[in-house]
Design a protein around this ligand. Sequence first.
Ligand code: SF4
Length: 429
Amino acid sequence: MSPVIPIQAASGMGCADTPVLIQRGQREVFCGLTGIIWLHRKIQDAFFLVVGSRTCAHLIQSAAGVMIFAEPRFGTAIIDERDLAGLADCNDELDRVVSELLTRRPDIKQLFLVGSCPSEVIKLDLSRAAERLSRQHLHKVRVVSYSGSGIETTFTQGEDACLAAWLQTLPAAPTSTQSNLLIVGTLADVVEDQFRQYFQNMGIEQVDFYPPRNSRQIPAIGPQTRFLLAQPFLADTARQLEAQGATRVPAPFPLGAQGTTQWLKAGAQAFGVSDEAFETVVRAPRQRAEVSMARHREQLQGRKVFFFPDSQLEIPLARFLHHEMHMHLCEVGTPYLHRGHMAEELALLPSSTRLSEGQDVELQLDRCRADQPDLVVCGLGLANPLEAEGFTTKWAIELVFTPIQGYEQAGDLAGLFSRPLIRRLKLAA
Ligand code: SF4
């Protein structure tokens, strides 16, 4: 097995001071409605009602595979073109749709009204609609609104907007003197269970997750709360948690064996867990992760990877591919660079990394062609044209839908990058 490159800034602060290429041109991204796909699976008594156009309905139905659910927990209230005078009708219609839905589906305890970008929807005040509907359906369902609009956002921001808006509407938690560790960001249930077990085995008693699986099990949040971000796209949610008194624990993200170790370690240190107790818990799963990644490293090491901006996971993934898969980073593009939340990750990237924020897609395609990477990580819209030019691509969105965090998933994460290369080799043979 090849030795793993030690996860530490090789010299100075890694990429922390590296100039960033800022691009503000044409972009290729999905909108924030996409977040409904993983959020509705996570919060099992919630319903997401998109207030939008037929385009929004098509996007969400085709992306979420509506056919596999007998009773889907998302839908679209289609608002047709109306002038301002028709807004009263719109609100009446929304109230009627919600009443019918809640009568038919008493299992729904949390309703999200999700705004979109058609101009008729932007004219509607969904936050007032949510307040009105919460009053109408008091004690049965809570109603929260947020925007999943595609204007000036990227698709993972839908989750951030949802979680931040929800926090603002929660009733004040009873004051608690017991410290709690809050893991923030949607994780697959299997990953959540593993993380809970590790922290509890270290002796941290109160470990909570946000969003929760059940909308009525919102953890107490206050000055006693230390939170770890499990996803790197939650800037507004983190700001809201801090406004409610919680403290963020800085850490890299739990991708790969080393990222997971540092992330768990940051949580452990915040709760005074000894190094010995920490090692006892993580030693075996960390070794399993290293074994499961080794065969993928054989395919990936020495290869060049180029990231187009899409999911906001790009920087932690680049760190993983460089340190644990020994890949060379050509360009690491991200839609937004949050220097505070990314500080630990940036310090771990090689200082020679070309970092870019935002997009001017034609210029970025030119840079990609000049770099001739072995693997391109990009959105769906760019993948087919790049494949047609002979590049091997990985759809960035798959990395959001697949459980990739933690030790037990580290091999699967590596496999998501090695498989396209193997497929290309087979096609060429
Ligand atoms: S929210 Fe906007 S970008 Fe997203 S599907 Fe609807 S119309 Fe399209």
